[in-house]
Write a protein of this length. Structure first.
Lengths: 299, 262, 312, 299, 262
């Protein structure tokens, strides 16, 4: 597949010659050969590879279609739909800036997300657990839920000493909201029987929260963490509108200002990979923590 | 080793006072009356068996004594103190095992020790409890890997490890084969004789009630009210072919509406 | 805080955090000043921080000490400043940079009257373009509220909206407009700009500073103004240099393109003090006439309250 | 409380006289009197009122603090923190525009949300149910989740014939994502025993999905619908960037461009109320549909 | 009315072939062997009882016959056709009732009719099934409002309404009092005699097995293998004091390792 895609890239002429076509074809060929080597290798086949096989087969087809529709025939119009080699060109030519942006974004994102997740979790537990907290916090969540991040900017500006902390606040807020909602709904829907048993055995409320409500709600909490991570990426663009010097959201906006779609897509791809990596981490943690679920639910 | 934990611990059993208790559930449109003006007492250290038709309100009564629910009317007390909430001195083995699915069997059994903040390593205590119910080999299994009977035994161990002063058992041996059941009945009897705790046992097995209890109380159909009560004045260990045993069995079966079978 | 407490570099230069928008080519002199050491020569060390969002965020930043000073379009700033931000205007930097172009195919000609009944695309419904052209169209005899329709699209989609026929003309700053014109194969024609009669000598972009900066370190404010004036002059005389300085911030444009754009702007025009206040007064009056500024705002008093003459 | 707040508003002098102070105080007094009348009325007390009592008590305190900190003392600086009477002034003076915007937003939002919720639900069921769909869709969700709505603008704009449909697409996308994630996680965590029982009784996959997986996943689906509704409000601002002439997001942007904070807050309040109303509807539906949960979970 | 639905429907029972079946669970680190080379058959229309110690693998075996799991080794067949998946002709009453919490009792009982797309109003059929297990008054209750025994009866009704040709019962009467149990045993026997279906009953109650089954199979401790098998050649209705009954009871108890009790 990859080899075919590589050959397609290399030998089917394009509408306009683009500088990175050769490189793209070369990379595709290389991946194809690498996969072939690994697949045919005498040593034991990697499980991951086998699991990914259908995606590995589908991706080059996608590339071929993309190339076909853009550079090879011009079916899709520029500038909205740049050819894959144009996006690749951004990576080869602009990688330093992209890497810097990605790093800057991560440095902004991770503390914000961590704070948001921690606070969201605590708040969610409190809301799910305590009727009083629920009474006061639920209407607030209801009112606050729909407010766009930009609406918070003035307040964030005023309340925080530095732009950095203001940006962190925005990210924490965006990621904390889904964590809080899902934690609270998880805690609130723990089977009553578990509480009965633990209370009977002498559990105080602290124990009930920590050892009953929270573990039982964890599957839901992880969904919240996942959605919060997504939300934190989305709000990155807003958070990076205010006074940063590098960052993916910033890069994205800048590229949009120049209608540089190849750069936009490159930044989005980096974002998607970063996000996917973080999600992968999160899922790995979840799969460990929630191993007990395996035998109970469908998978 | 053994004596330090499950055995030999003699704290006096709690007495139980149930006076004019009525209870109704109000979840649906109309309230469901479940217990109707029940009054009886249990002496400290006594072993009482409760019998009654399915759905008559036995489990509900145990929940009231455990303090998990409050009766609609009347008073439930232990040692002359009104029961207002759960207390680890009064422990209920629920009809459904309901183990915590995210904890291993051992961790489930250690739940009460953890909940009460009992310090130290619970390994010895849990090992002993596991051995008592014959689950040594499944200490690290998760609940969904247990069979029905094994889960029931784990639930029993989860309570016994805590030395309650009042033990409330809701059909604890219902899913066990005859041999396992007999072994556990024997163990329960031994612990009760040594530990001096009060026991209230809900069971559907009349012979089980007669083999274990000092007194048998039979409820009528819902809403539960006491329809029969008898002292079982037989020495332990008891035998099924003892004439007193057989006579009591007949009386109870009749009280349960079971005439023709005899 | 006293002047002495103002943050300094090890070499003793006053640190100034200057907020700008890296998408605005007309701010090329800022980079020029940075690259050529013009700031340093005036005793300040400028850190550029980008504010790509809407103007209010930039003004919020300045009035809450997140930035010391900022550059941007006067026509974008003037309405928010009416709300009472603690921000003062120090100087103009140049004129020009907002333009409107229309599609010949859709019947738009260089005559503003050809816009009658047309729809104009904008990136910001409250932005400088809308403010400027509402005033100018009115001047040319069109009712900006009835004779034309304004619609908002993301900046990057303005050209596409024109091609799709959703709008017949678009108004924005360069380089967006320049790039679209270039891509349109001659279909797009400039109708009007903010250097059109009678605005030939008006200023377009200004330097502003948070009120706290003027109170605590007027010297740095003054240095900033002087440095920017130097840089603007340099840009005016040697646009190639400025274009090269800005090139890393562009995509899809050549130095020649940038020079061509810079030449449409009046970088030799950087009014101060009374001159600036005069421009602000005129703008305020005009915006008030089209209902943007509050009817209760007195243009001259307002201009006086937001313009500071640091050289005086 | 309300009466006290009203008196505070009326008789404590402010830093600068604002035109709507009298009205605000009047409204507060009126509410206070209304509450007093209802509370002391001989006919049966409303349950809703009793439930809301603490909020009803807290709100006027909040108003007093707000007024105190803004207009009465100037503790919080203008223009960031307008006094309550300034916000009220926006309502009295600009209500026609606000109402028009709210209506326009609703007209845009509701179809978008409905489409997004329906598609998200179907996709979520498919992902949760079918391993094959999960295999293909999950990585895509992982990659797509973090992309900000603005990134979709060009594609939406290109692929859809009208701006209206493009905006609807954005809203549907934003609201569909949480619905899909939560539906799929709900479906995937249905206890295996339910499937065993239904399969044994002769259920075909269709029945399993419709009568087992979906009802069991409903609690989670409703959380998704809630989060999706929130997301649809957030994305409104972006969706209304393209070619609309009225709408709350549009109004918000316009107010931001002018830094008209009182208008911003007024728009946010309208948004919050709209959202809260829609959420209320959603919760009412949920409480009916999930009535069976009441006896099982803590509440 | 009654005859149209639960009774009188005579489709031939399925025969069961279990040949060299072994099974292991592989959820933990090491596989847990649960069934070890079990071979036996059940004739069409036969009533077989399965006994064995707690956790030996009885429920697992029923799951294999129901087609819910595939054996690790060996073959399970019905009517000489290999079992590859579940089929409503072979219905299992699970050890845990596991009613669907969002459906009322009636809706739970109608589940199989709905699942198989049986047209028409299920009211008559469900009414009859509810009456059979004595839950008429709780038709519209939700499962959490039932007592343990009531839930178990509802689960039984949920299966019986579907006229399986092979009925697999996993301790269906475990939570019932003696009277209710006896009534239901009688009903089961009557349905079986009229309906001609094959029945495999897992129970811990040796007398229940002997009262109902034509053949009794006893498994040893995990991994399950057949340790004892006996025909129960007594005419129905059977009596506990029949000498043949008593002799068989003794043999089975001995096979269960229960020597001393006799
Ligand atoms: N949560 C509840 N809501 C409403 N009704 C309930 C609830 N729990 C139990 N009931 C009703 O109360 C009655 C008694 O229930 P209980 O569980 O006490 O019976 P039981 O004597 O333990 O029966 P069994 O022997 O079958 O376990 C039943 O009729 C049941 O329907
Ligand atoms: N899902 C599972 N994963 C791992 N092990 C399991 C699983 N289910 C059952 N087992 C193990 O298989 C063995 C047999 O279980 P099974 O439920 O078949 O026993 P049983 O004979 O029905 O016992 P009981 O009479 O107690 O219900 C047990 O030792 C149990 O631990
Ligand atoms: Mg019970
Ligand atoms: Mg079993």
């Amino acid at each position: 597949m990859w080899i075919g895609a590589g050959l397609f890239a290399l030998y089917v002429p394009g509408v306009t010659p683009l500088p990175r076509t050769g490189l793209l074809g070369g990379i595709e060929l290389a991946i194809g050969i690498a996969i072939a080597v690994v697949a045919l290798a005498p040593w034991r086949r990697s499980e991951g590879l086998e699991q990914a096989d259908r995606w590995l087969a589908a991706l080059p087809i996608g590339f071929v279609i993309w190339q076909y529709a853009t550079n090879k025939t011009g079916l899709l119009p520029l500038p909205f739909f740049p050819a894959p080699e144009s996006v690749l060109e951004v990576f080869t030519d602009d990688w330093a800036k992209l890497a810097e942006s990605a790093l800057a974004s991560l440095v902004l994102l991770i503390p914000g997300y961590a704070i948001g997740a921690a606070l969201g979790f605590s708040l969610g537990v409190a809301i799910g657990w305590s009727r009083a907290v629920h009474y006061w916090a639920h209407p607030i969540l209801r009112f606050v839920g729909p407010l766009p991040a930009t609406a918070w900017l003035p307040i964030a500006f005023f309340c925080f000493p530095s732009t950095r902390s203001a940006s962190t606040f925005l990210i924490a807020l965006a990621s904390g909201f889904p964590v809080a909602v899902l934690t609270s709904s998880g805690v609130a829907s723990v089977a009553r029987a578990y509480y009965d048993i633990a209370r009977n055995l002498g559990a105080d409320p602290r124990f009930l929260v920590r050892k009953v409500a929270v573990p039982a709600a964890l599957p839901s909490v992880f969904v919240g963490l996942f959605m919060g991570l997504g939300a934190s990426f989305v709000v990155l663009v807003t958070a990076e509108m205010i006074g940063v010097k590098a960052g993916l959201g910033f890069y994205l906006q800048w590229a949009q200002g120049w209608a540089a779609y190849a750069n936009i897509y490159a930044a989005l791809i980096v974002m998607a990979f970063l996000f996917s990596g973080l999600i992968g981490l999160l899922f790995a943690v979840r799969d460990r923590v929630l191993a007990w679920q395996k035998g109970i639910v469908r998978w | 080793m053994v004596s330090a934990t499950l055995d030999n611990e003699t704290r006096p059993g709690l007495s139980v006072q149930i006076s004019r208790v009525s209870h109704a559930y109000r979840t649906g449109a109309e309230p469901v009356d479940v217990i109707d003006n029940v009054t009886f007492g249990v002496d400290p250290g006594e072993f009482v068996a409760l019998l009654g038709p399915s759905g008559c309100g036995k489990s509900t009564l145990l929940r009231l004594v455990a303090g998990l629910d409050q009766p609609s009317e009347g008073k439930v007390g232990t040692d002359m103190v009104r029961v207002t909430g759960p207390d680890p001195a009064r422990l209920l083995v629920f009809q459904d095992p309901t183990l915590f699915p995210w904890r291993t069997v051992r961790q489930n059994i250690a739940l009460g020790l953890e909940a009460r903040g009992v310090a130290g390593d619970h390994r010895a205590a849990t090992d002993e409890a596991l051995a008592l119910v014959g689950l040594e080999a499944f200490a690290d299994a998760l609940p969904h890997e247990l069979s029905g009977g094994m889960a029931q035994r784990a639930a029993l161990a989860r309570v016994l490890i805590n030395h309650p002063r009042l033990l409330l058992l809701d059909e604890p041996f219902g899913k066990l084969d005859a041999l396992t059941r007999m072994t556990l009945q024997g163990e329960l009897l031994r612990l009760w004789q040594q530990g001096g705790f009060t026991t209230m046992l809900v069971t559907h097995d009349v012979e089980e009630a007669l083999l274990l209890a000092q007194r048998v109380i039979v409820f009528g159909p819902r809403p539960a009210s006491v329809v029969f009560e008898a002292e079982v004045d037989l020495p332990y260990p008891r035998h099924r072919d003892d004439p007193g045993f057989i006579a009591l069995r007949r009386d109870i079966l009749i009280a349960l509406g079971h005439g023709e079978e005899l | 805080r006293r002047h002495e407490a103002w943050p300094k570099t090890p070499k003793g230069l006053d640190r100034v955090r200057l907020a700008w928008n890296p998408n605005a080519l007309c701010l090329a002199p800022v980079l020029l000043a940075q690259n050529k050491g013009i700031f340093a020569r005036h005793g300040i060390d400028v850190e550029l921080i980008s504010y790509a969002g809407s103007t209010d965020q930039l003004l919020e930043a300045m009035s809450t000490r997140k930035a010391d000073a900022g550059v941007g379009m006067i026509l974008r700033w003037i309405k928010p400043l009416e709300q009472g931000f603690d921000v003062r205007l120090l100087a103009g930097t140049h004129g020009g940079c907002i333009r409107m172009s229309g599609s010949r195919r859709a019947g738009v000609t260089p005559d503003p009257l050809s816009l009658k009944g047309k729809t104009i695309g904008l990136a910001e419904i409250t932005g400088a373009s809308r403010n400027a052209f509402a005033v100018l169209l009115k001047y040319h005899g069109l009712d900006p509220d009835r004779d034309v329709e304004w619609r908002q699209f993301p900046q990057a989609l303005l050209g596409e909206a024109l091609r799709k026929g959703e709008v017949q003309a678009i108004a924005d700053s360069d380089p967006v407009l320049f790039l679209e014109e270039k891509a349109s194969d001659g279909d797009m024609v400039e109708v009007i700009s903010n250097l059109s009669h009678p605005w030939q000598n008006r200023v377009c972009c200004v330097i502003g500073a948070g009120g706290f900066m003027l109170r605590e370190n007027p010297r740095a404010a003054k240095a900033l103004v002087l440095a920017m004036a130097d840089a603007a002059n340099l840009c005016s005389s040697d646009p190639h240099e400025a274009a090269r300085a800005f090139l890393p911030y562009t995509r899809g444009a050549s130095v020649d393109d940038l020079v061509a754009i810079l030449k449409t702007q009046t970088h030799a025009n950087h009014p101060l003090g009374r001159d600036l206040a005069g421009d602000v007064t005129r703008y305020t009056a005009e915006l008030r006439a089209i209902g943007v500024m509050k009817p209760t705002t007195d243009p001259a008093r307002f201009a006086g309250s937001i313009v500071s003459d640091v050289l005086a």
